[in-house]
Design a binder for this molecule. Sequence first.
Ligand code: 26W
Length: 798
Amino acid sequence: MELTKEQFIRDFKDALHEEQLIRVADATPTELFQALARTIRKYITPMWLKRRNQLVEDKQKIAYYFSIEFLPGRMLETNLLNLGILEVIKDGFDELGIDFTSVKRAEHDMALGNGGLGRLAAAFMDSLATTGYPGFGNGIRYRYGLFKQKIVDGYQIELPDDWFGSLGNVWEIRKDHDIVDVKIFGHVYLSVNEDGRVVPVYENSKTLRAVPYDVPQIGFENGIVNNLRLWDVEIPIEHEMGYPTIEERRKITDITAILYPDDSSYEGKELRLIQEYFMTSAGLQTIIKSYLKQGLPLERIHEKVSVHINDTHPAVAPAEFLRILMDDYGLEWADAWNATVKTMSYTNHTILSEALEKWDAELFKSVLPRVYQIILEIDHRYVAEMAARGVDASMIEHTRIVKDDQVHMAHLAIIGGHSINGVAKLHTELLKEDTLRDFYAIYPEKFNNKTNGIVQRRWLQIADEPLSKEIDQVIGTGWRKDIHQLRKLLDYKDDQQVLADFYRVKQEAKERLARFIAETTGVEVSTNAIFDVQVKRLHAYKRQLLNLLHILKLYWDLKDNPDKDMVPRVFIFGAKAAPGYHFAKSVIKLINEVANLVNHDESLQGKLKVVFLENYRVSLAELIIPAADVSEQISLASKEASGTSNMKFMMTGAITLATLDGANIEIKDEVGDENIVIFGMDKDEVYRHYEQHDYYSRALYEANPTIRRVVDSFVDGTIPNVRNEGSEIYEALITHNDEYFLLEDFESYVAAQEKIDQLYRDKEVWARMSLINIATSDKFTSDDTIEQYAQEIWNLER
Ligand code: 26W
């Protein structure tokens, strides 16, 4: 948009003076942020309205991305960048004597997500608007975001993330005219009405009022504003007498109170099922209503509407869609089913069996009696159709929706939709060959891959402004609009000056992070050290513990030989553990205690430092990632569906130290073998162990003195101030046979780390690797990922 500095200053002062009655000089950063956000909202509103009217007028097809998590982080700077007014606003603030950075930091992260899945959903919202496709989000407006992590005495403590504060979310707009009712519980029987139609009759069900709040999603310099719709629950006015007790009222408002803090593990909790149904039903009801306003027949809704199921959390969608089409609008099964399958599509984000949602049939039936009836009918028809097609009976049994008194949500999503995709090449292969093998045999045409991506604008232009400016110097600014121009950097891979400049920019980012580390943890780190970073959710399969084993190995090396020739290292961790995930919490404690051990040991001569940064989140990632030399992507091969931080590190010039897992493989394909450091078993070797049952961690432990010494450190008093945590780790590794094969990968990990050490010694070599990583990271722009979803799955036009 066009905006002059003078106009902005007038608008901003109006917002501050008239709406908040404050003078610039007196305002706190939070007040300034509020005024700025309100000013921006005024700029956005006309574009937002125009977009909606245009889509209605053109009867364009819209894709709706249903996700139980959206993790945008801070929105201010992205919004300004995408509107094309970031520089104008910064200039305006300079003139007013306001520090932009402190204002931007006053915004609380919007943390309605756990990790990769939620962050990806937010990235897709940005890319949908940027590519200009009509794609809207549908999720939950949680009162509290993902818990805030504090580290106390080395332990994780969880505090509520009161992200609304007293001021609420400035970006959202409540939409009363789209309020709908959602029914849960009670009993349902079928009856024949006057027209001779079979209709469900509900008894004793509870009605929830679903209230939508819309958050604008602004495209990059294209004037397009899409919509992210988040649902809140309220007590329906006309039913107020039906919910007399405070307890019952609280039960209702609890539905949107908290985001479940579990990442990669699933618990069949009633409240979670209600959350999932609540946002799915509310979203589908309003989508169908707005489609009908166009005066088109419901049988053809799939021509104008796509519904995407992000992981299984909204996978009740096919059944709910059928229910609405039949019960509320009188469609026959065949027509309703045809429209449903053509409307729905599903992405799988994990092969970990503990993360695949299956609901206890009794629970499901008690919460969603009518939907359960419909699911039974879908299941019944599926079994009959497959039998008629001559599909093998055991295969039918494996793939049906309801079996062993459980409702298999992934099965519903696959049977009830036309597309199922994985999130990286390897992951999709594993789905086809292993996890969903029988489905692949039945519906090969439904399977496809969509490798994840990241929003380059946030991770390069915003989070790494100094690097962005350096890139401008070398190849001009065209890459800011067309990320593929980054490849032009490859022409400079032997240019000493360019390499030196990039190296310097990285050092400066490290200095900024070093200051932050000193301020927040009191640990002094040298920027001559390799900044070796692992930031992601704490999970056994991600193997933060393998990283720690290597740190202990270095510790013992240095204790034995203080003059060991090594480049100093700073190991930086950031990770939240699910509050009920005992093992993960023990690993956090141990990282912190190893940090205490090494950071205060003078004999190590500062060659080894360990830092755990608390409360890892999007805004902290924006500080950490640009400062990384080494990106640790060390999950056991086959376990990490894709990973997306790996792409962010690559884009800001870190060297990836990785197993052949998830998108690491595709990163390797882009940068070439010489510009990444790979170690460990590949997925075939891992699977071979599973098939042959021939993994014995104790044998590895007994045969290898280095492993023994490192593992013993957990139980022999080496690490101070620990209780049972050390022996728990020891038992996981030795007694319980090391589920994620850390010990088998240990030696090759150590060798890979030694290679990193050697490579880093030659600044030019390192800077060249780094430049090649940056130059080829365009491969992972989420704009391209969305382009593929739009063309190949949703069939959208822009
Ligand atoms: C029902 C509980 C639950 C919670 C989280 C089930 C499943 C999950 C997912 C595993 C969460 C998740 O974030 N998965 C990640 O998705 C990213 C985006 O596709 C991938 O990059 C990560 O590899 C994958 O772990």
